[in-house]
Design a protein. Structure first.
Length: 371
């Protein structure tokens, strides 16, 4: 039996054509025309005025935190159940990450626990939409305006998703995206910041480009990074973006098929299909082992590997990361819901190129393991 990788991508649109154009014109660096085109089209897609393309979704977060002036002593609230990029951006800026537990079924930040974490030092809430179902933004926006907090929206997993009909990536001061190959739109490696604030856009562009100054290029008032995206990456991005609607429809179909095939297995908690503010786009198809299952996600992933089925564990909580504990962060923090899903959750092959046959095989292997 052929292996089923956890993610397979589709590059059968205009990717090749646009890449050839880069090679034939000699425009391969970040100065090439696809970068600007990708920024404009991507920003427009989420209803933002400015898009700033960068080299990946992690550095988009670093850029966002610094562009907002968040630094030493400032606190930023974020979910503990997320990728390290979120907390790393806060810590590298010298600020303090303050984590919140997640909700048991949406796997997103528990909104009712945010307010108690707000202190006079809180500067921002970093909202992270998890695995295909967005965070309900309306109560977060009210909290932010009540306490005068900035919002950084990490929409890396939410290309094409909406919340109450508004695009994910349109909320808060700055939103960020990733174009890693498992995201709905990929550029191999890549990321984007989007914002409506001209001054923030200028700051992000400057930070991305070593804080070179237009009039006095090699004279620096501030430290930036080289986080530029190449024209080659943007060429792939423009081609991918042309197919976003199709990709979302395909992801929803994959999610729906898995749910149909797995819903009567009494040992699995499946992703929520929809809420009153959004319908799942299944960035990945995650499942959580119910408490009556006597083994954890590691064990079932090992068993699926014997059937040559690729999986990934869920995120590991930020407050349980040795790297942060060594820094003295998150002493005595407990987030039982996130700790549980981190141990009992995993995701199954759900990339855009997966076939119906593969979906069926994954489902029947899961069924066999529990029989
Ligand atoms: C993928 C991802 C990132 C990081 O993006 P990279 O491009 O891999 O650096 C950040 N946040 C979330 C929520 C992600 O899923």
């Amino acid at each position: 039996m052929n292996p089923i990788p956890v993610n397979e991508i589709l590059l059968d649109g205009n990717e090749k054509k646009y890449l050839l154009e880069c090679i034939e014109t000699g425009w391969i660096s970040s100065e090439g025309p696809f970068v600007k085109q990708f920024e404009e089209q991507f920003a427009a897609r989420v209803g933002r005025r400015y898009g700033i393309a960068v080299s990946n979704g992690s550095v988009a977060l670093d850029t966002a935190v610094v562009a907002l002036g968040i630094g030493r002593g400032d606190e930023v609230i974020l979910p503990t159940f997320t990728i390290i990029s979120c907390a790393a951006a806060i810590v590298r800026a010298g600020a303090i990450p303050v984590v919140v537990d997640c909700e048991p079924h949406t796997w997103n930040i528990n909104i009712s626990q945010i307010e108690e974490k707000i202190t006079p030092r809180t500067k921002a809430i970093m909202v992270v939409h998890i695995y295909g179902l967005p965070v309900d933004m309306m109560p977060i926006l009210s909290l932010a305006s009540k306490y005068g907090l900035q919002i950084i929206e990490d929409a890396a997993e939410m290309h094409g998703q909406t919340c109450n009909g508004l695009p994910c990536g349109s909320f808060g001061a700055i939103s960020t995206f990733s174009f890693y190959p498992n995201k709905h739109v990929t550029t191999g490696e890549g990321g984007m910041l989007v914002t409506d604030d001209e001054e923030l856009a200028v700051r992000c562009r400057s930070l991305r480009n070593l804080c070179f100054q237009p009039q006095k290029r090699f004279f620096h008032e501030e430290l930036g990074w080289n986080f530029r995206m190449t024209n080659l990456q943007a060429a792939v991005g423009v081609a991918q973006l042309e197919r976003l609607e199709e990709f979302i429809a395909r992801k929803r179909y994959i999610g729906q098929r898995y749910t149909e095939l797995l819903k009567d297995i009494p040992f699995l908690e499946l992703p929520i299909v929809k809420t009153d503010y959004a319908e799942n786009i299944y960035w990945v198809y995650g499942v959580v082992l119910k408490d009556k299952v006597l083994f954890d996600a590691e064990e079932i992933m090992r068993r699926l590997a014997q059937y040559k089925i690729g999986t990934r564990p869920f995120f590991w909580c930020m407050h349980e990361q040795p790297v942060f504990q060594k820094m003295g962060l998150f002493n005595n923090v407990s987030c039982p819901i996130a700790e549980r899903i981190a141990r009992r959750g995993f995701y199954i092959p759900s990339g855009l190129a997966i076939t119906d046959e593969q979906i069926k095989r994954v489902a029947s292997c899961l069924r066999e393991i529990f029989s």
